[in-house]
Design a protein around this ligand. Structure first.
Ligand code: 5RP
Length: 230
């Protein structure tokens, strides 16, 4: 559903720029996706080169394996109650630094980790910039499998234009998240991000949704250019 091969050079520039934030930080949360994957690799190199004493946690099995491969010390998320820094990609970024995430179905752990972070840095390429959330990307909603019919009904009653169960590639049936759940990709035509984030979250059976309007990044790096939130 997302094309990870787009704008690799801009993703790389953003990942490299985010390394500037790794200075005297002790604890770092690592997001998920192709842009974060570049950051993880470069962070591993920086840790070895500068002999840094850093503890990390990851938001997915993908990032855990990448971090291990890069020689980065990884602890369970449950080990931390707060983090100095977290770095992650996004599927859409609006001018108010509100995000849609979850293209990799890791948004539940990502929201937990970014909510714990003193400095959340979002790294993207310029294709992720939108004037309004939902312009290109649907909202990923992680749900308990048993609740699929009732959640779908409530989303449609709430005004969703389209609700699709995310299907797996190279496996029959739906995508199963790292938490053992399903993902619905939901389209709404016009919405207030913060209001919709809260309303979707209140549906019984919803674990988390991919709107990041409450826990927005403090910095967004677009193709290597750093922007700071007001
Ligand atoms: C995973 C995410 C990713 O951060 C998002 O999909 C962006 O990924 P990429 O850097 O590959 O474009 O939210 O759940």
């Amino acid at each position: 559903m997302k094309d990870v091969s787009i704008n690799v050079s801009e993703k790389e520039l953003s990942a490299i720029k985010a390394l500037d934030f790794v200075r005297g930080n002790k604890t770092i949360g690592l997001g998920t996706g192709s842009t974060t994957a570049i950051f993880i690799k470069k962070l591993g190199e920086k840790i070895q080169k500068e002999n840094l004493n850093i503890l990390t946690c990851t938001t997915s099995f993908q990032s855990f394996l990448l971090a291990k491969e890069a020689g980065i010390p990884v602890y369970p998320v449950s080990y931390f109650s707060e983090l100095d820094l977290s770095v992650d990609g996004a599927d859409e970024v609006d001018p108010n630094f509100q995000l849609i995430k979850g293209g990799g179905a890791a948004h539940t752990m990502e929201k937990i980790v970014h909510s714990m972070s003193k400095t959340f840095v979002c790294i993207v390429d310029s294709t992720k910039q939108v004037s309004k959330l939902g312009e290109k990307f649907p909202i990923p909603v992680e749900i308990l499998p048993e609740a699929i019919s009732s959640v779908k009904k409530q989303l449609l009653e709430m005004g969703a234009r389209d609700v699709q169960l995310r299907m797996a590639v190279k496996k029959d049936g739906p995508v199963i998240t790292d938490n053992g759940n399903f993902v619905l990709d939901v389209r709404f035509d016009n919405f207030d991000p913060k209001d919709l984030e809260i309303r979707i979250k209140s549906i019984p059976g919803v674990v988390e949704n991919g709107i990041f309007a409450i826990y927005r990044p403090h910095y967004v790096i677009v193709g290597g250019k750093e922007l700071k939130r007001d």
